[in-house]
Design a protein around this ligand. Structure first.
Ligand SMILES: C[S@@+](CC[C@H](N)C(=O)[O-])C[C@H]1O[C@@H](n2cnc3c(N)ncnc32)[C@H](O)[C@@H]1O
Length: 217
């Protein structure tokens, strides 16, 4: 469901800086993938770009590559010596993503890892990042968040996608809503982040809800 009226969203997109390299991946994904709505889209990509530019981020870690839209958008917004490591358990979509990235001048900034997010998170535990974007595995949100915070440079951010869960986290927003397990997980996660008085956080009702959380801001 649309949280923002599509006309308003389109207007906001037209007035924002958005990625220029994602046309092909977006078109192809829309035409061939049933779950094409999983792509972050132009407005969320612009928010990620705003964060990358304003914090002068160089290293990004992403959970949830899918067909490569958000990784490509972030690579475009990173500086020449920037790097994004993106993780997904689906080899097929990662290969598709690589085929789009390879046609762009920013392909060298993107490293894709295949595997379970939780395992890759463990394997990268000693590395540092400026931005960690979590867009996979809703049940694992708490784990990615807590461990991700430890892997952030000071002033870095964790960004978590889909925290509105189509608005289901707000009681009565959707008629006759029956709370499912996923909704309960996301509500619990949102409550936990909100309770962390030591962190600066902004809950943006853009697309499906984006939680932006800064470390030691
Ligand atoms: C919402 S999509 C990511 C969309 C992507 N960020 C974009 O903008 O196109 C979520 C992806 O997470 C992957 N995924 C789900 N659970 C996972 C897990 N436990 N570990 C790694 N990847 C996972 C899925 O295969 C899927 O491609």
């Amino acid at each position: 469901m649309n949280i923002i009226d599509p006309k308003i969203e389109q207007y906001a997109i037209e007035k924002s800086t958005t990625p220029t390299l994602c046309g092909e991946v977006e078109e192809h994904t829309r035409a061939t993938q049933r779950l094409h709505h999983m792509m972050v889209g132009k407005l969320e990509a612009s928010v990620l770009g705003m964060l990358i530019k304003s914090m002068k981020a160089k290293r990004v870690l992403e959970f949830g590559t899918f067909t490569g839209y958000s990784a490509l958008a972030m690579a475009e917004f990173l500086p020449e010596d920037g790097e994004i490591i993106t993780v997904d358990m689906n080899k097929e979509t990662t290969e598709l993503a690589r085929s789009f990235w390879d046609k762009t001048p920013v392909a060298g900034k993107i490293k894709a890892l295949n595997g379970s997010g939780a395992e890759v998170l463990e394997s990268l535990a000693n590395e540092k990042f400026d931005l960690i974007f979590v867009d996979a595995d809703k049940r694992g949100y708490m784990n990615y968040f807590i461990k991700g915070l430890e892997m952030l440079n000071d002033g870095g951010a964790v960004v978590i996608d889909n925290v509105l869960w189509s608005g289901k986290v707000v009681e009565g927003f959707i008629a006759d809503q029956e709370e499912d397990r996923q909704t309960a997980h996301i509500k619990e996660f949102n409550d936990y982040v909100a309770s962390r008085a030591d962190l600066f956080k902004t809950y943006l009702p853009i697309r499906d809800g984006i939680y932006v959380v800064l470390k030691n801001a």
